[in-house]
Ligand binder design. Structure first.
Ligand code: PEP
Length: 240
């Protein structure tokens, strides 16, 4: 199974910046890993146009549970799909924290994404305090149970909250232990399908640490925030 390198641009990217990040990806050449960029919603259609004909996929960063309706400011999975997105990040810790998203809401969004033909990337991960208290497995296990619907067919991203945007990366041993735990949970719940699920690692992935992180067993790729805003760094990770 090919690894997936997914870039989460978060709330970055006016028109010129989005073009500056996306355009060099056209010259990536042959890669052994798949690439995905998730621009802000306002830039999805433009980035899809820039990357047309290339193997680089485009995704959203969130979606609503409903297909349409009176939900001012929200965007449905069908709208993302209509704009050319193929993936959507769901349950990112910044949405769980800043928008109070619960596991149940993430599960409902995941169902909506799949119904619209998108591949969901469901994020889980413990806070620093939870890890200090030795609760990382129970927290992540609970998030998986609550956020993944029955029959889940998508991608999981393990993102320890304390490693996001901090420059602190989880150790290879910690990543190995957590990815093994997540794999076991996926197989326990989804059987053989759980063996195939890509489990991305996210949290301060850089070109300099990508090779070692991507070599850890059960790591199916990376979810990259800050380093995805420079095509050179993003491609450096993809080539690591
Ligand atoms: C993220 O936002 O998903 C992320 C992993 O960010 P960063 O790479 O900047 O830590």
């Amino acid at each position: 199974m090919r690894q997936l390198i997914a870039g989460n641009w978060k709330m970055h990217g006016l028109t010129a910046e989005a073009a500056a990040i996306a355009t060099p990806l056209l010259d990536a050449g042959a890669l052994t890993r798949d690439l995905l960029v998730c621009p802000p919603a306002t830039q999805i259609a433009a980035v899809v146009r820039i990357l047309a004909g290339s193997p680089v996929a485009v995704g959203g960063q969130d979606c609503h549970t409903e297909t349409h309706g009176a939900h001012t400011g929200d965007i449905s999975a069908a709208m993302l799909r209509d704009a050319g997105a193929r993936f959507v990040i769901l349950g990112h810790s910044e949405r769980r924290q800043n928008h109070g998203e619960s596991d149940a809401l993430v599960r409902a969004k995941t169902l909506a994404a799949v119904a619209a033909g998108l591949t969901p990337i469901v994020c889980v991960g413990e806070t620093d305090a939870e890890r200090q208290a030795g609760r990382e497995s129970s927290v992540v296990g609970g998030q998986l149970t609550g956020s993944l619907p029955d029959g889940f067919a998508g991608v999981v991203a393990y993102e320890p909250v304390w490693a996001i945007g901090t420059g602190r990366t989880a150790t290879e041993a910690d990543v190995a232990a957590m990815h093994l735990f997540i794999r076991q949970e996926l197989v326990r719940r989804f059987g053989a399908a759980g063996e195939e699920t890509l489990i991305l690692y996210g949290g301060s992935v850089r070109p300099s640490n990508a090779a070692s992180l991507l070599a850890v067993p059960h790591v199916g790729g990376a979810l990259v925030g800050g380093a995805s805003l420079k095509a050179e760094d993003f491609l450096g990770i993809a080539r690591a």
